[in-house]
Design a protein around this ligand. Structure first.
Ligand SMILES: *Cc1c(COP(=O)(O)O)cnc(C)c1O
Length: 393
């Protein structure tokens, strides 16, 4: 057993299933472990490193800010926070921003915002309809919101106020809607829950239903946002305008940062009703501003769409070659392949051996989520390594 595994066993809570690799350095789409071995990174820190590792524009923005102002309290104005908010508003259908530190905090805050809206405009309605297989984070309320028994069962009793209904089933949302409902919260593509893409009809239908019933549509774009699906926000694929969206993961390309964005009418927090010590701090916002500007200025959404198309074709080709692959699916640079058998762990280990980091989505599925600066050559190399890993089973 190596030293790092021993230290983990001794000092760290065993919450993560870790593969036996200790990463020490990254550049672009490559990372190196403590033995100097090189890997092509198709995990991206769980869809976080949108500009790959240590991108010069992010490093420069952080360096500049770290020597200027790292943190002050939110009782003062700070420039990076306001510049980030302006950039997000100018490039989305939303009007107001609240910054936080993580995805969970963004969705939890979005639910608080929806409840506030319910108190003010919907006779105290407080219930949020969410979907089975969804993932909205790890706080108790977000575990309750996420429609996955495995995350809920160890922590009962859970906070109430959520109804989990079947994904991609508009009728289920209609049936669950009552005078207690203040919002529906969905991922346009369920990420952690299996890379399940919302159908066009479904999201359209949900959007229309929410409008007809004067309830809010919250889209959790923590995984799909900031270019990953080939548009800056996944809602753009559907030609709808949500009332609230949540962001985190890719927005800081590795720096912890999250945000709630709301339309003017849904932006109902008054002074003192929500807050955060670290949320929107100058360091995190300078990084996020650098990431979002770089993506916009370099047309990386379009690049993600074309690289996503290459990946889709490559995975479809792979499916033709191996009968053990039952399906492939996804949107842009968020894709999955599913197998007939529970072989994902073995494939991940074979890929590691051959120099590829890839995510085990489920016992029988892999998730592909490379950075937005991935190249055609790197996609081919990843597909070759996966192919070899299946052959070596
Ligand atoms: C990762 C994720 C979250 C939780 O984000 P954290 O930063 O881990 O708290 C919430 N929703 C979605 C869709 C996610 O992918």
């Amino acid at each position: 057993m190596n030293k790092w595994i021993e230290m983990e066993n001794k000092y760290y809570m065993p919450t993560f299933r870790r593969f036996p690799v200790t990463l020490t350095r990254g550049k672009g789409n490559t990372v190196w472990d403590d033995t100097g071995k090189e890997y092509l990174d198709f995990v991206s820190g769980w869809a976080v490193n949108s500009l790959g590792h240590c991108h010069p524009s992010v490093v420069n923005a952080i360096n500049k800010q770290v020597n200027t102002l790292i943190h002050v309290s939110n009782s003062f104005f700070t420039i990076p926070q306001l510049e980030l908010a302006e950039l997000l508003v100018n490039n989305s259908c939303l009007d107001k921003v609240f910054c936080c530190n993580s995805g969970t905090e963004a969705t939890e805050g979005a639910v608080k915002l929806a409840r506030r809206y319910g108190h003010k405009h919907l006779n105290g309605a407080y219930e949020v309809i969410t979907t089975t297989g969804s993932f909205h984070g790890r706080t108790l309320a977000m575990v309750s919101a996420s429609g996955q028994i495995k995350h809920q069962e160890p922590y009962t009793p859970l906070p109430s106020g959520f109804q989990n209904v079947e994904f991609n089933n508009l009728e289920a949302i209609k049936i669950a809607t009552s005078d207690k409902t203040c919002a529906v919260m969905l991922e346009p593509v369920q990420g952690e829950g299996g890379v399940n893409v919302a159908s066009r009809d479904y999201l359209h239908g949900v959007s229309t239903w929410c409008k007809q019933n004067s309830i809010l549509l919250i889209l959790d774009e923590i995984q799909t946002g900031i270019g990953r699906t080939g548009k800056l926000f996944a809602y753009e694929h559907y030609n709808i305008e949500p009332d609230i969206i949540t962001l985190a993961k890719g927005m800081g390309s590795g720096v912890p940062v999250g945000a709630i964005l709301a339309k003017e009418h849904a932006s109902v927090f008054a002074s003192g009703e929500h807050g955060s010590t670290f949320g929107g701090n100058p360091l995190a916002c300078a990084a996020a501003h650098a990431v979002v500007s770089y993506i916009l200025e370099n047309n990386l959404c379009r690049h993600a769409a074309s690289m996503g198309a290459l990946l889709t074709d490559g995975l479809a080709e792979l499916k033709k070659q191996f009968s053990v692959i039952s399906s492939s699916r996804g949107l842009g640079l968020l894709q999955a392949v599913e197998f007939e058998k529970d072989i994902a762990d073995e494939i991940v280990l074979n890929c590691l051996k051959n120099g590829l980091l890839i995510n085990r989505l489920k016992p029988n599925a892999l998730r592909f989520m490379p950075s937005l600066i991935i190249t055609p050559a790197e996609i081919s190399r990843a597909l070759e390594i996966v192919k070899r890993a299946i052959k070596e089973l």
